[in-house]
Design a protein around this ligand. Sequence first.
Ligand SMILES: C[S@@+](CC[C@H](N)C(=O)[O-])C[C@H]1O[C@@H](n2cnc3c(N)ncnc32)[C@H](O)[C@@H]1O
Length: 215
Amino acid sequence: MQRLPIVLPLTQLPFSQACENNKAPILAVLTQAFSLNQHVLEIGSGTGQHAAFFAANLSHLIWQTSDQAEYIGGISARCEQEGGLFNAGANLALPLILDVTSPWPVEGLTPDIDGVFTANTLHIMSKNMVEALFTGLGLYLPRLKTLCIYGPFNYQGEFSSDSNRQFDAFLKQRDPASGIRDIEWICSLASEQGLTLEQDVAMPANNRLLHFVRG
Ligand SMILES: C[S@@+](CC[C@H](N)C(=O)[O-])C[C@H]1O[C@@H](n2cnc3c(N)ncnc32)[C@H](O)[C@@H]1O
C-alpha cells in the first residue's frame, strides 16, 4: 500500500528555539561519538528537530525517533516533511511509541540498535523513570555500544550555574519529581549496564554532553 505524506506547513510543526540553538554544537560531538555506529535510537525526540538535523548530517546512520504517544503525530509530520522519507536512501525513521516505564517496542529496536541519544529528558523524568530508561537499555538493546545524553547536570549535588539553579526550581514547581540530575548518579546507572563515561563535554548554556561507551 502506498503511504501518503502528512502535509503540514513547516510553520505548524512543533518547534523549539532551544533545539535550533543547540543542534549544531551537539552535532559536532555526535559526529565523532557515533562515527562507528550504524543505527541510533533517540529517546524523547520531542519536536523531531534534532532527529531531522542529525539524520541529514550523519548519513552513515539510521536515526530511529521515538517518544511518548502524544508526541508521535508531530514527530511523524516533521520526519515526513524534513526527513525526505520518500527519497531513496532516507535514513530518518518514523517514530516508535516508547515510554521508558512500559515494555519497549521490540520491532524496529532489536537487534540492530547500537547507539542511543537523548536530549533534555533526564531532568523531565522522575528518578524512577530515569532508572527505567537505563534498565531498558540493558534489557532491550543487546548491541548498544554508545550512549550520548545532552542536558543540564549537577556535580555532587551542586548546580553549575545560577541559571541551572533557577531552572531546577522552575521544574520542581511544575513537577516535584523532576529536576536536574547528578552526573555521578547517571554514571552509576550507566555502569550497571556496562557503560563507562568516555567524555563529558561542556556545551553552550551550561549544558553537558555525556558520551558513554560499552566494551
Ligand atoms: C523537554 S522535552 C525534550 C525534547 C527534545 N529531546 C529536545 O531536546 O527538545 C522532554 C522529552 O522527554 C520525553 N519523556 C518524558 N518522560 C518520558 C518517558 N517516561 N518515556 C519516554 N520519554 C519521556 C517527553 O515526551 C519529551 O519528548
